[in-house]
Ligand binder design. Structure first.
Ligand SMILES: [Zn+2]
Length: 114
């Protein structure tokens, strides 16, 4: 197994044009914290993603801070892709089985749209 080190932030030029326009309109310049969605695998500004992490008991929990975290867009297609996945979750460096994914989504702090 190869472990690719993922940068914690990415340059803003990797963002989609629409996201860039939104950030510029909001007054952001230069560097913006970017994370990768565990569903669609698209890099996106941190502010548009929901974070979850491995909790103290080893289960996945919606947590703003602490532990190894991963991120998800509050969008139906991202949730569906996340639920149907089997492999590693980017950021967690761990395999997450289907049951754990469903349990996490039952407690989602958002309603998936789209
Ligand atoms: Zn996504």
């Amino acid at each position: 197994m190869t472990r690719r080190k993922q940068p914690r932030t990415r340059r803003i030029d990797l963002l989609l044009d629409a996201e860039l326009d939104a950030l510029r309109a909001a007054g952001h310049a230069g560097h913006v914290a970017v994370r990768t969605c565990a569903g669609c695998a698209r890099p996106s500004p941190r502010a548009g993603l929901h974070r979850f992490a491995v909790g103290p008991a080893g289960s996945l929990e919606w947590r703003a801070t602490g532990g190894r975290g991963a991120y998800l867009h509050p969008e139906r297609r991202c949730v569906d892709r996340f639920l149907s996945g089997k492999a590693m979750v980017s950021g967690l460096k761990a395999r997450v089985d289907r049951r754990s994914r469903h349990e996490l989504m039952e407690r989602a702090p958002f309603r998936a749209e789209g």
